[in-house]
Design a protein around this ligand. Structure first.
Ligand code: SAM
Ligand code: SF4
Length: 458
């Protein structure tokens, strides 16, 4: 009989780059390896296997993988000298985009596994051990991946849950349609089963994930009305799960923000009042060149409809400065959109030329200095808005879900409905509970508050 835990005593270190979808995938990778006997190593120095779960979205993120591989090579070489070994796997979007290029540049890499193939890591590990050469798996079979993953173990009161992968939008700056493949939604039954299992393990808040999460669509559950459900219906359905108190979702695309989802945001109390809705730029000329499929005006009207449904909603966005052809006049239109919308938080980036995307071949690439100058201006404005939004919470009472111990003794860190970190003096027994907190101050990255006496909730 073969040993069911052939790697007993071995350990794996997983490094995650990039987005929350990679955080989710890394958690599933660990969940896949634990039954084979692997424990989790805190650093690569004493691990037997290192998995780099990579991001290809910007050049810097991809290059970082190669510099980390250089460091791993040194660890592997010194192990080899004493008869030991270190197996190295590159997973995620760099694996998908570069494939065998990785093993040409870094021949000591043992495995290259695309984002839709990591469920096959156990068999790739076995093959790498048998064949002693590198193995490569960059297939695109999303459903099979989810079917073959083991049931998840929850880790704390919040969890990510991937419901949708891939993208058909083909924004001209973006590699996602090439690295993650076409848009695929997980079935309602699979999503509900995973959410129920997480809630039964004490998870109180789930964040539904997808590159275009609001493009999620599925047939309704057996016996329920409707021909196809969208994200709004899904959220209302998940809200019925006992124990699950908060639902979030990210990242949404303006084109897929339909009436059903806007109505759900207004009516379903468990849906948190926070929406990440990237606009990328404020000039219609640039939005068109980006192939976003919406204008600035369309985005602003959409925000108005969302705010009419949920007046307290906190908005977040992504911005790219310096897309080819962007002039200072175009950039001013981005600032104007930011002024008009008012963001609670945001991510902003310099345009990064990604090989194989239409943007990379466009004329009128913007000089680095201009990108840096505009990015600094944009970030100053976004930071001012973020601080203003945080300051507005002072004096309010907000329900906070306590997630983890704080850095200071006797302190817990939780999240407000608006996704702000909140630092509070509270007993450890309150981890996992939701309680009202009086917000008393603002620190650069968080709110500070005190528990409202006598109002400890469940
Ligand atoms: N699907 C989401 C949407 O369309 O809003 C975004 C997903 S993408 C993984 C995350 C963010 O990375 C994008 O919103 C964009 O701002 C940024 N991004 C993507 N490609 C980029 C590039 N070539 N250069 C700079 N930023 C980029
Ligand atoms: Fe990339 Fe655009 Fe798809 Fe978002 S919608 S993942 S930015 S191609």
């Amino acid at each position: 009989m073969t040993d069911p835990r052939p790697n007993q005593g071995k350990s794996v270190f997983v490094r995650t780059y990039g987005c929350q979808m990679n955080v989710y995938d890394s958690e599933r990778i660990v969940g896949l390896l634990k039954p084979l006997g692997y424990s989790v190593a805190e650093t690569p120095d004493n691990a037997d296997l290192v998995v780099l779960n990579t991001c290809h979205i910007r050049e810097k993120a991809a290059e970082k993988v190669y510099s980390d591989l250089g460091r791993l090579k040194r660890i592997k070489n010194s192990r080899n000298k004493t008869g030991g070994d270190l197996k190295i796997a590159v997973a995620g979007c760099v694996a998908q985009a570069e494939g065998s290029e990785i093993t040409s540049r870094a021949p000591y890499v043992n495995m290259v596994v695309g984002p839709q193939a990591y469920h096959r890591l156990p068999e790739l590990l076995a093959r790498a051990a048998r064949e002693k050469g590198e193995v490569l798996d960059t297939d695109f079979a999303v459903e099979e991946k989810f079917d073959r993953l083991a049931e998840r173990k929850a880790d704390g009161p919040t969890a990510f849950l991937t419901i949708q992968e891939g993208c058909d939008k083909f924004c001209t700056f973006c590699v996602v349609p090439y690295t993650r493949g076409a848009e695929v939604s997980r079935s309602i039954d699979a999503v509900v089963a995973e959410a129920r299992s997480l809630a039964a393990q004490g998870v109180r808040e789930i964040t539904l994930l997808g590159q275009n999460v609001n493009a999620w669509a599925s047939a309704p559950p057996a016996g329920m009305a409707g021909s196809a459900w969208g994200l709004g219906e899904l959220c209302r359905h998940l809200a019925k799960i006992d124990g699950l108190d908060r639902i979030r979702f990210t990242t949404s695309h303006p084109r897929d923000m339909d009436d059903g989802l806007i109505a759900a945001l207004g009516e379903e109390e468990k849906l948190m009042p926070y929406l990440h809705l990237p606009v990328q730029a404020g000039s219609d000329k640039i939005l068109k060149a980006m192939n976003r499929g919406h204008t600035a005006e369309h985005y602003i009207r959409l925000i108005e409809r969302i705010r009419a449904a949920r007046p307290d909603i906190a908005l977040s966005g992504d911005f790219i400065v310096g897309f080819p052809g962007e002039t200072s006049e175009d950039f001013k239109e981005t600032l104007a959109v930011v002024e008009e919308v008012g963001y609670a938080s945001a991510y902003s980036f310099k345009y990064s030329r990604r090989p194989g995307t239409p943007g990379a071949a466009m004329q009128k690439q913007v000089p680095e200095e201009q990108k840096s100058e505009h990015l600094a201006q944009l970030q100053a404005l976004l930071e001012r808005q973020r601080t203003e939004f945080n300051q507005k919470q002072v004096g309010k009472s907000l329900p906070v879900l306590f997630e983890k111990a704080g850095r200071k003794h006797g302190q817990l860190v939780g999240r407000s409905p608006y996704l702000q970190s909140v630092h509070v003096s509270a007993p450890e027994s309150m981890l996992g509970s939701i309680a009202p907190v009086s917000i008393e101050g603002v620190t650069p990255n968080a709110l500070a508050g005190v528990l409202k006496e006598g109002e400890y909730a469940a």
